[in-house]
Ligand binder design. Structure first.
Ligand code: NAD
Length: 366
């Protein structure tokens, strides 16, 4: 028996293929005395096919009970015709909403072997390792009033940026806690020069820092300047914390610093549960990639790195997470590439399973 529970939701398209490689790593840890209590269930189109809903109440309940949920990807052309209420993405949105996952973690990490993949110069991105924390459950995507109405003889579109102190405080705490596990630096980004919500954001982040995390180095930056600095010299940052809208843009910008979609993990964290672990959902940033599904072409690394994040942030197994990341780094340095990572001529791609096997073999080699 183990006190580490994991719910695996492979989903659709390449989701089950990449998740099969994660299972190999979980099994390998199991043989080393580090067991996980793993259950598996359906989400997205796969759940719709079986149950007529993209997420059953039973699966939702299970997700609330476990320490961490690991999700592959959802969606596909087959489901495009479905009503909005039962589309595969609704399953994912329900998980995020009901688990109240307010902190979205998107690392931008550039493995040296892939530095040529970036659109920036190699020396600017090689060795990059930053983390963007985006507030995920409030802000302008949720604020009221919202809508399109008519004033006089023209239409007006309205959205409202709204943040409460407690919403800012809890995501700020997530950022400071995370920084303590990294390089101990947080840069908070907003637009306090033109937005009142930005003034409050800056005040609350500073207050939480001064009262609870004085040991962490804190700086503030306007989000537009932050975008410039991210492309000019991204290595100056460690943890960036920002709101939902700016985080949406900045995390995508940072992701592209590192090259391929098949390499990008993510985590969404909520409040601590009774056992002290946060509610948590880990998933690769990519979708279900229907164009390559079932062909053994998918890169499993984004999903494997998502599991590494689970090791670090749900189970406090930082050393084991480091080992997985180091195994990925070595395999890439050895020249192994799935088709999405092929750059130089003459390279032959490995399959999804071959990449997973190579990472496990590297782990086993120590
Ligand atoms: P996508 O991320 O699935 O694919 C974009 C491109 O990147 C494709 O050419 C794909 O082959 C490639 N790609 C993605 N992941 C890869 C991997 N691991 N290895 C190699 N190549 C990879 O985005 P899309 O094509 O816009 O969407 C396809 C479906 O996925 C849609 O139904 C969409 O709604 C859904 N989607 C789901 C999620 C999610 O589950 N979180 C996210 C984005 C899109």
């Amino acid at each position: 028996m183990t006190d580490r529970s994991l719910l695996i939701l492979p989903g659709d398209g390449i989701g089950p293929e990449v998740m099969a490689e994660v299972r190999k790593i979980i099994d390998w840890f199991g043989t080393r005395g580090l067991a996980f209590d793993v259950s598996e269930d359906l989400v997205g189109g796969a759940a719709y096919d079986a149950h007529g809903t993209p997420l059953t109440d039973a699966t939702m309940a299970k997700a609330q009970e476990v320490d961490a949920v690991l999700l592959g990807a959802v969606g596909g052309p087959k489901y495009d015709v479905l009503d909005f209420s039962v589309k595969p993405e609704r399953g994912l949105l329900r998980l995020r909403k009901e688990m109240d996952l307010y902190a979205n973690l998107r690392p931008a990490q550039c493995f040296d072997a892939l530095a040529d993949f970036s659109s920036l110069k190699k020396d600017i991105v090689a060795g990059l390792d930053i983390m963007i924390i985006r507030e995920l459950t409030s802000g302008v995507y949720f604020g009221e009033p919202r809508g399109i109405h008519t004033e006089g003889n023209e239409r007006v579109g309205v959205n409202t940026q709204r943040y409460t102190e407690s919403e800012i405080a809890r995501v700020a705490r997530s950022a400071f806690e995370l920084a303590r596990k990294r390089d101990n630096r947080v840069c908070s980004m907003e637009k306090a020069n033109v937005m009142e919500s930005g003034v409050l954001w800056r005040d609350v982040v500073q207050e939480i820092h001064d009262a609870e995390y004085p040991d962490v180095e804190l700086s503030h930056m306007y989000a537009d300047a932050g975008a410039m600095q991210l492309t000019r010299w991204p290595k100056q940052f460690d943890v960036i914390v920002t709101d939902n809208l700016f985080g949406d843009l900045l995390s995508d910008l940072a992701a592209m610093l590192t090259g391929s979609l098949g390499m990008l993990p993510s985590a969404s964290l909520g409040a601590p549960m009774e056992n002290g672990r946060p509610k948590a959902l880990y998933e690769p940033v990519h979708g279900s990639a229907p164009d390559i599904a079932g062909q053994g072409k998918a890169n499993p690394i984004a999903c494997i790195l998502s599991f590494a994040m689970a090791l670090r942030y749900s189970f406090d197994l930082g050393d084991e997470a480091d080992r997985v990341e180091a195994a990925v780094e070595t395999v890439l340095a050895d020249g192994l590439r799935t088709a999405d990572l092929l750059g130089e001529e003459g390279m032959t791609p490995v399959s999804t399973a071959e990449m997973g096997d190579a990472i496990v073999a590297r782990l086993a080699a120590g």
